[in-house]
Structures are given as structure tokens and as C-alpha cells.
Design a protein. Sequence first.
Length: 333
Amino acid sequence: MDAVTLTRQLVDIESITGNEAPVGNYLYGELCRLGYQTKKVPVEGDRFNVQATAPEQPQPAIFFSTHMDTVPPFIPSSEDAGRISGRGSCDAKGIIAAQVAAAERLRKGGIYVGLLFVAGEERDSLGAQVANENPSPGCRFLVNGEPTENHIALASKGTLRVEVTAKGRMAHSAYPELGESAIDKLIVALTRLRAMPLPSTDGIGPCTFNIGLIEGGRAPNVIPDHASAEVFIRLIDDGAATRAAMKAAVNGKVELNEVLVVPALHLGSLPGFETTVVAFTTDIPSFGDSWGRPYLLGPGTIHVAHTSEERIPKNEILEAIQIYKRMVKQLLQ
């Protein structure tokens, strides 16, 4: 199993969230070729998770898992002496390759882990939610892969995604007094939301706030009757206080619709491994407790994920294989 080659092959298959089927089919074929008992677990429409176990141990105590989907746009792979570039190279196709390679090497030594590659992590963790309803019997540990520079993450921030919607009344822009501007209402609400004090905690850091999308209006010469924005907050707790503060800040002048709420997590560590804390959210909360105790580790850095410069060092992929092997052996002890 050449993990570097597999990374490039996976990157060159476009799998933007919602279109995971082609890369899922490729992984299904490769894992069947390697002799794994592999199945496609339906998620939605033609989307599915890929779950595989060695026939020697169909109910392993440990599963490696990460996601198959990427953010847009699709960027094909390229390669130089030290790294692979392209969409999904570090988030998370290089991780898939490292996990498959680690599983194969462990298998040759008579140690068996399962593989679970899911759909939808970049949007709503739908694949992980489906997996939570169908756990593998006997699984006690889930090693989830995200770009952590091969450090075990002790904690990860949560997510609060909110749609902010303002309603108004259309009028001719020459007579604004006859209308009611939804955009003006939205601007005021967003200004108040940005001014909210946000919590911080030792070990995880501050809660952060981002206005990611804004849209509204009909034309430059029309008083707008509708405007909306999407706000994305990285939580350092369960989000209850922040959600209450948002409602108080807008004071009923606009509508708040919670699209996604994921609490921050404190995760496990292992002696002898380097550790970190990450500011992003993962599939782990959506897996619940059904797959056992979670750990978070993978090659690559999150700082280039979701960018036009996404890349992963080849040496980190190879290091991850060894680290995953060591984690499994230590967990099984």
C-alpha cells in the first residue's frame, strides 16, 4: 500500500460535499481488492459511508475514521519532492491513505482495526450521524482523523451556525419613508452581534465569531424587503450562554434560526504522544458514544485546509502511519 500514491488518486476524484459517491466507490473497490469485508452504508440519495473490516476479525475493538467529502472548489492534485497539493490533500484524503496503510501493516502483524470513511463532515456530519445509529459491535475506540500535525488533540471547539433573517417592506428608493429596509435592520443586528462579549477558557482559548454570508435586496433603486446572513461561531462550551446572548442582542428585530449546534469537546490523550488543542469542529460529537472512546489525530495542518494552497507533506503521511500503528498497540494494551 503506497499511501502517497493513494493520496493523489483520492485527491483527483472530486468529492465536494453531496458528491461523495465517486470517491466512495473508489475506496470500496480498493478495500475489496485488499481483501477487506467492505460495505456501503446508505446515507442520503446516492451518498454512502464506506465501512470495512478484515475477515480475520469482523468486529475489531478499534476503528480508524475520517471523512471523504471536501469543501469547494475542486482542485486537482500536484506533487513535488516534499508534498502533495490539491483539494482534500490534508482534509482529509491524505489521512484516509495513512489510515488504510496503517491498517494494512497492522493486519500483517496479526492486529486488526476497522475502517470507516463517512460523508458530509464539511456540512452537517450526516454520515457520522448515520454511523452513530449503526455502530460496530465490540468497538471500544474510534481514532478520528483531521489535520492535527500528527499530535493528539486534547480538545476541539464546537460550532454554532445561525441564519439571521430580516424582513422589511419594498418601496421606491426615492421615497424611503414609504418602505422599511430589511438590509438596514440586518446591519444593525449584525453590528450588535459582533459587539457581544464572547467567552474564553484556559486550554481551548476564545470563542470566535464570523459573518460568512450576506445576501438581500431586489435592486439598487428598491427599498429591500428581505435580507439574511449566516453567522458561524466557534464554541468553547455547550453554547447555551452565547445563544442566549444572541437573542438578547437582536431583541426580536430579526429572526434567528439555529442551523447547527455542536458543543466543544474535551478528548482523550495517551502517554508518549505529542498533544495539541484545535479550534475546529469534527465528526466526533455526531458519533456519540456508540463507537467507544474517541481520539483525534492526523497528518497535515488545518492552516492550509479550505484554501487554494491546501497541501500535505509526504513525510507527515508516512509518520502518521507509524503513529497510528503505535496508538493501536497502546490502546489494545
